[in-house]
Structure formats: C-alpha cells, structure tokens
Ligand binder design. Structure first.
Ligand SMILES: [Zn+2]
Ligand SMILES: [Zn+2]
Length: 753
C-alpha cells in the first residue's frame, strides 16, 4: 500500500526478538518505537510516519483511512486486507501495551524531534570525577553509578509540556536559532525591557524579536526543559548564579562542591546523575564530595507498601504515637542505612522502649534525686581521679563513646555513631545507675563526697549524651539540655547551638575498662547460675568463687560491686577452675571420626582413664597430647565434649575462660535476710502505690506471722532505715496493701508523717 516508500519492506535479523514469544518475527515501524528506530537506523530504513499529532492518519496513509483515529481504522484495514484476499487469519490476543498511568488511555508512541545535551562528549570526565567522590556504600561508585555513567547516552533535555522551565531558544521561519542567556539579553534583542515578564509560559512566548541572521520574526520554541535539569541545577540556581550579571558568584564559590548529599538509591539515574552531569558540564567538577545512598523503606511485612495490600505505614501516625525522635533513631540505628528497611509501629515501639525510655528513666532518676538532695551542678566537683572506681569507669566509657560517635559521623557512619551512644546509655542504666543508686539516696545520709561525685558524674554524662544525641534525636536532646545545662556555666541556651563534644583522653583508663568488662562477665555468669537454679536475686548467698584468668589485682577493687550485684557476702578467687568439680572429656565422634577412624575408640579409652587433668586443660581451651596403644594423638578443645561434675550444693557457669561458682546453701540467717529484703521491696511498692515522694518519711505498719514476722523483728532496723520509716507498728488498716512472702500473707500499711 505504500509504493512510494523506498526500501521499507525488508526482513532483517535483530536480537531483540525471541523465540519464546510469538512467531519470532515482529513488524517494525521506526516512527513508532525506540527499538524499531534503533534497528531502522542500523539498516538505513526511512522513518515513515503516516499518523499526525492528533492520532489520525494523514494524507500519507491510503484514502480509506485518512482522517480516522488509528484505533478506529483497525476494522477498515482488516476489511481491506480481506477484500484483497491477503488476510491469513483474524483474531484477538493479549499483549503488553502502554497506557497513561493517570487516565488509563491507550498511548501511541511516536518518534519525536527532541533537544539533547551531548553528555557522551564528557563521559570520560564524568567517570574521572566520579572516582573522586566518596560513595556510601562504596560499591555504588564503580557499581550502580559507575555502570550508569559507563553506559551514558545523551540527555534528552526537552519536554513537550506546558509547565516547566522554558527552553530558552528562539527560532525564525528560516530555522535560525538563537540561545538566550538572560532576560537582559532577551530585552536587548526584543528592544524593550522584559524584566517584569514572567519567564514562564505563556508570558515568555509572547516575547519575539527580529532574527539576528535574517531579520524575520523569531519566536520561542514550544518545548520546556526536563525538570530533572532543575534538580541538578540546585548548586548554582539556588544562588541565582549568573557571572555575566555579576550575581551569586561569591555564594556559589563558597558552597560548591557540596560536602555531602543524601538520597535514596534510585537517584543514581536521577539527582545523583543530574548534579554530577551539570557540575561537569558547567564547572568541570563534581557537585558533591560525599554521597550517602539510602535504602528504600519497606512495609513491616517486607513487601513494598501499597494501598491495595493495605500495608501502608503512615508517618504522621508514627509522629503522634512514638514521636519524631523514635522514628529518627530507628532510621539511623536499626540497620545499615543503605539496605532496604522494614518499618512498622512495633519496631518503633521497640526503639521507644529499649532506647528512649531507658534514657528517660536515667534522666528522670537523676532529676528526682537531684531535686530531693538539692544538688547544684555548679558546686565544686570531686576531682575525677579521686572519685569511686565506678565513676571513673563511666567517664572512661563516656570519652570512648564521644570518640566513636565523632569518628563515625566524620566518616558518614551515623549508624555506628548512634549505636555507640546506644551502648553507652545501656551501660549508664544497666550498670552505673544500678550499682551507684544508693549513693544518690543513702538513707543513712552519710554519703557526703561520694554522693557529690555520683551527682557530678551522672550530670556530666547526661549533658554530654544530650549533645551527642542532638543530631540524632533533637527533641529529647533539647529537653535534657534545657533542664540540665542551658545557659549555665557559659553553655548556650540550646543544645543545637552547642559544639559537638570532644573526647577527654585523660579520663580513658584502658586497664579499668578491661577489669570492669571482667567484673561484668562474672556478674553475667552469676546471674545465669541464679536463673538456672531458680535462686532469686533478692536471696543473699554466702559466697561466689571465681576463676578469672585476667589481672586479679586490677579487678580486685571491683569485687565489691560484683558482690553487691550478685547479692553474695564475699567473692573470692579460685586458683583453678578444677576447684569447682572434676572435668570429664569424651571424644566428639562427629569431629574426630573423619580424622582418626577406628582409633577414636582408643582416644575414648584414654580419656576414660583421665584423672581430670587432661579434661581440665581442654576445658581451659588448651590442646593436649594423648598416649594411645597406636601412638600419640593431639586433641584440641573443640574435638571433645566436656562436662563438669559440680560440687553438691553449688551452681557453676563458665564462659570464655571465666568460671563462677555460687554456694547455693541458704542458711537460716541468709533465709531471714532474704525475707527482710522481700519486706523492704513490699514496703517500697506500697510507698509508690501511695504516691509518696522519694524523701517522704513514713509511719510503717506490717502485719504478718511465722518466719516472716521473725525476719521483720530481726531486721527491723534495716527495714525501717531502707524505707524511711520513723515508726514501725504491727496494726494495719483493713485496706492495707497485701502481698505474699514465702506463702505467708503480709499486710503493709504506709502513712506519710
Ligand atoms: Zn492520561
Ligand atoms: Zn532567521
């Protein structure tokens, strides 16, 4: 039907056609598809376009369809083929087709004339500049982004739209083109002041001038610029940068290239690219030195969020429920920023509970007792070197945390920085406040310098934590700062005006840190024994025996802390772990079988003869040499299964070379002490239930019988001292708080004095 189109009807090979779909033959029309055009260019085909911009056939089409919308012409074309006897078969089948994503109208693809930026001309420079950028994660540089640059194609710059930055090119009927650099230049050509003309459509299109080449009227071309160009123009456009007009040069010079940008990973083809392309095209330089690529946010179920799946996460709800700080802390610390992240309210609740409430509880503990004791942060502080070991350890941890947080942030590792702060807050709560609690509120009121040291230490830590947290959780950081530090001792009125903290290397004590880690390892093992033997922590025990391979002298001053935490009267060192009971070793057949074959039996026999010496050596992690009938065998600790015969009445636990044994025998005295502690706890609960202040004195009444009554009598002084009771009676009101201790009902009544 198109006899006038030279060379149009040919069969060529192309690898875009597959045998998996259809017949393996496709019809191609270079005017109606990018792939078709590419093959057409290669083969030298004409670009024949019988369809106009309105979607109807033009005069280039056959008579019977001219002026018809292409979809409406389909049946007529089929009829024509049938009438001419060349229709093989007519049928309807399903295939992919492009539709408008907004209104679902079927789309027609046309080849259009477009304006391009020849980015391929600077491809090598783009690759070179990219190598100077620090990418996070690093593999983006030569991977996702590097590949994108490597396969660079010219930038299709123009868009046939109404809204957008107008393409500043004017053209006359003869096709002469003039690129305009400013409204001033346009005004000079137009012979009038256009400074007040809106530089967008439609106003700008009304400005015409005489073509500089031929004098005919030149009008602006209809296209606007790809809005991605605007995104990449940010570094200079934000300053109105225009050297010819003497505008924005200083601001631009000061801020280009940017130190750091961050966006989601998909921007390698978007903003990351447009910034770099325009930076190189205009200034022959990168537009940014560091780039952090964030992963995408997924729904809590790990799928992409979508309305139809009903798994959309509403950030506003999170701001109301868990708050901006929880959301920020989650985003920063809960995983690598460049991995896809699942988000949901449960995860944010967890952040709130685990981190923010822990911090808040420490802060609130400090405020409660600082107010009760009238602590003045500007009072003279005990020199750090003279403070108790727990304070010195905490300040050493603080300095390390500051270093880690600073180093992390300097290296764009906000996750590492945040996690270090998180770990410090956990130490602050689970170890420092837990162990130092009594120094803030000593019922015997004899704490003195010790209490002052504790207040100053905790105050300094909370103020530093607030500053460390300022960029992470700005609201809670400011709340702490306002109450603890704002406008005091020359500090600024907002945490967000304070300098980021510097570490104090003079407070770092590596030996102490190591020893405290050892002490905490001992405590962890002691807690394990109590949990496994169901011996509650409030029940005092007589002795903990510890085999500790580290420096005994260094850990010595910390044993009181260990004893308090484990609630034992004394902690002593054992020279060897064997003291806790004889070790037995048996061959691990899975491990040794493949190596020794039938000789494993000889090893088993030799180990059965062992008096515990070999097994103990293996238990300490050493390798041993074994004499068997068929010769020497070397055994390592992971080739045997070890068990320990525990001494009757003891509980034992080991980890990483440290062994702890607790004497589990509860003597009548210890029993009574344990009951007394339970009574104290019941009274504290009653105080809280009655809404008393921590410093309120009370009249205490406890009614009970049997062993609990005996313990109450025996430990009355301790119980009243611990609970700030000025009197102790045994007559309680009918509505008194009732608890059970060891199966005995105990009724507790507290009244504020
Ligand atoms: Zn549409
Ligand atoms: Zn002209």
């Amino acid at each position: 039907p198109f006899p006038n189109v030279e060379g149009a009807h040919r069969v060529v090979a192309a690898d875009l056609v597959s045998m998996e779909e259809g017949t393996g033959i496709v019809h191609m029309a270079p005017a109606f598809g990018a792939a078709d055009l590419a093959v057409g260019r290669r083969e030298g085909w004409p670009v024949f376009k019988p369809v106009g911009d309105d979607g109807t056939f033009t005069d280039a089409g056959p008579d019977f369809i001219r002026g018809l919308f292409v979809k409406d012409a389909d049946p007529l074309i089929v009829d024509d083929l049938r009438a001419r006897g060349i229709l093989l078969r007519e049928e309807t089948y399903e295939h992919n087709y492009p539709f408008c994503w907004r209104c679902r109208t079927p789309l027609l693809y046309y080849a259009r004339t477009s304006w391009y930026v020849r980015t391929t001309a600077v491809k090598d420079r783009l690759l070179q500049v990219n190598r100077s950028v620090n990418w996070f994660p690093e593999n983006i540089r030569d991977g996702r982004f590097g590949n994108w640059l490597e396969n660079n194609v010219d930038w299709a710059l123009s868009r046939e739209r109404y809204w957008g930055t107008p393409l500043p090119i004017w053209r006359c009927a003869a096709g002469h083109q003039t690129a305009i650099g400013s409204l001033r230049e346009l005004g000079e050509l137009a012979g009038r002041d256009v400074g007040d003309v809106d530089p967008h459509r439609p106003a700008i299109d009304a400005v015409t001038f005489a073509c500089v080449d031929c004098g005919e009227v030149a009008t602006r071309v209809p296209e606007v610029i790809d809005t991605w160009y605007d995104s990449g123009a940010m570094p200079f456009a934000q300053w109105g940068y225009h050297p010819e007009l003497g505008r924005g040069e200083e601001e631009f010079a000061r801020s280009f290239p940017a130190d750091f940008i961050s966006e989601a990973i998909d921007q390698t083809r978007g903003w990351f690219y447009t910034l770099m392309a325009e930076g190189v095209l205009h200034f022959d330089d990168t537009a940014y030195r560091n780039c952090v690529c964030l992963g995408h946010i997924m729904a809590a179920d790990g799928r992409k969020m979508s309305k139809s799946l009903g798994n959309i996460f509403d950030p506003w709800e999170a701001l109301d429920r868990q708050g901006a700080d929880a959301l920020r802390w989650f985003m920063i610390t809960s995983g690598s920023p460049w991995s896809p992240r699942r988000i949901g309210h449960d995860a944010l609740d967890e952040v709130l509970r685990r981190f923010l409430l822990t911090l808040w509880n420490v802060y609130s503990f400090f405020v409660t007792y600082a107010n009760a004791e009238g602590f003045d942060p500007s009072s003279a502080a005990v020199p750090i070197a003279d403070r108790p070991v727990l304070d010195r350890w905490l300040l050493s941890q603080l300095s390390r945390t500051v270093s880690t947080a600073r180093d992390g942030l300097e290296a764009y590792d906000a996750t590492g920085a945040g996690r270090a702060i998180d770990a410090f807050v956990a130490d602050l709560s689970n170890w420092y406040v837990r162990r130092a609690r009594r120094r803030f509120w000593d019922p015997s009121a004899q704490a003195g310098a010790d209490a002052s040291a504790a207040f100053h230490t905790l105050h300094a830590c909370l103020v530093t934590v607030a500053t460390l947290l300022a960029p992470f959780t700005p609201f809670v950081a400011e709340e702490l700062w306002q109450n603890l530090a704002a406008d005091r001792e020359g500090r600024p009125g907002s945490v967000h005006l304070a300098d980021y903290p510097l570490p104090d290397p003079s407070t770092v004590d590596a030996d102490l840190d190591r020893a405290m880690a050892g002490a905490r390892a001992i405590v962890a093992l002691g807690r394990t024994i109590r949990a496994e033997t169901k011996t509650k922590v409030r029940q005092p025990l007589s002795e903990a025996v510890v085999h500790y391979p580290g420096d005994h002298e260094a850990i010595g001053p910390l044993l009181d802390l260990v004893a308090e935490e484990l609630n034992v009267k004394v902690v002593v060192f054992a020279e060897s772990a064997e003291r806790f009971g004889r070790w037995h070793a048996k061959p691990n057949f899975k491990r040794l079988g493949p190596r020794l074959g039938p000789r494993v039996k000889e090893v088993a026999a030799a180990l059965a003869e062992d008096d515990g010496t070999l097994a103990a050596a293996l238990a300490s992690g050493a390798s041993v040499a074994l004499d068997t009938d068929s010769g020497r065998v070397d055994l390592s600790a992971d080739e045997v299964d070890l068990t320990q015969e525990v001494l009757a009445g003891w509980g034992v636990a080991s980890d990483a070379g440290v062994t702890v044994a607790l004497d589990l025998e509860v003597t009548p005295e210890l029993r009574q002490e344990g009951i007394a502690r339970d009574i104290v706890r019941a009274v504290q609960e009653a105080r809280r239930a009655a809404g008393l202040d921590v410093s309120d004195r009370i009249v205490l009444s406890v009614a009970t019988t049997g062993a609990v009554a005996e313990a109450l009598r025996a430990h009355a002084a301790t119980i009243t001292g611990e609970t700030l009771a000025v009197e102790l009676h045994d007559q309680v009101r009918l509505d008194a708080h009732t608890v059970e201790i060891d199966g005995t009902p105990v009724r507790v009544d507290v009244r504020r004095v």
